[in-house]
Design a protein around this ligand. Structure first.
Ligand SMILES: [Zn+2]
Length: 210
């Protein structure tokens, strides 16, 4: 684990950020795929929270494009027994980070995506109203890829600049819906992520100061 951390730290601090800007609710540098599964945030609601999830379709299998199809309501439910369990569900996330680190945006940040379900953060219910949902392609029983941490760090840093009320309000789905949800799961390394995020911000600040 130590060598992964060092490798990631070097990348995070040295590499030019690919996802450094939000323009009118769109993350520049992300692949754009439109999901129909969104609606308006309640009037006057600021974005205040990032929720981190994991998803894989079928569970613990990666690639194949099924998550993208699911979020577009275009998944062929007959392809896998698990798909029949989720048949007809209409959900989305603002962002999906694939195993390669590729970032896909499905819903404009100004809109409410349908990722959290019944949920509560710091006694404020209905997290979809005021959060940005980020799915990592993954599962509760497998480690995430270094490329995913790297993209997540860049994305979260950029979102925190674009939406200042987020700042330290980062939660896992399991934190806001503890009886229903377990993701992003114990393999999501929160200390590593927070460390990388801090390093990234420091590197950005230093390069701006120079
Ligand atoms: Zn989730």
């Amino acid at each position: 684990m130590a060598s992964i951390q060092i490798k990631l730290l070097i990348r995070v601090t040295m590499q030019h950020a690919r996802f450094a800007q939000v323009q009118e609710g769109v993350l520049v540098g992300a692949t754009q795929i439109a999901s129909p599964n969104f609606n308006a945030r309640p009037a006057g609601t600021d974005i205040q929270l990032i929720v981190i999830h994991n998803i894989s379709l079928p569970p613990s299998q990666f690639g194949g494009g099924y998550i993208q199809q699911f979020f577009q309501n275009q998944l062929d439910w007959s392809l896998h027994p698990y798909f029949q369990i989720i048949e007809g569900m209409q959900v989305s996330a603002h962002l999906l980070i694939l195993r390669t680190g590729e970032v896909i945006q499905f819903v404009n940040f100004n809109e409410r995506s349908w990722h959290a379900g019944r949920s509560s953060y710091l006694a404020q219910k209905e997290c979809n109203d005021y959060s940005i949902g980020i799915e990592l392609e993954g599962s509760d029983d497998l480690p995430f890829e270094p490329e995913q941490y790297q993209s997540l760090v860049e994305v979260v840093s950029t979102l925190q600049q674009a939406y200042p009320k987020i700042q330290n309000h980062l939660a896992g789905h399991s934190d806001i819906a503890p009886k229903r949800k377990t993701d992003p799961g114990e393999y999501f390394d929160w200390p590593l992520f927070r460390n990388l995020l801090a390093q990234h911000k420091l590197a950005e600040k230093t390069s701006i100061d120079l």
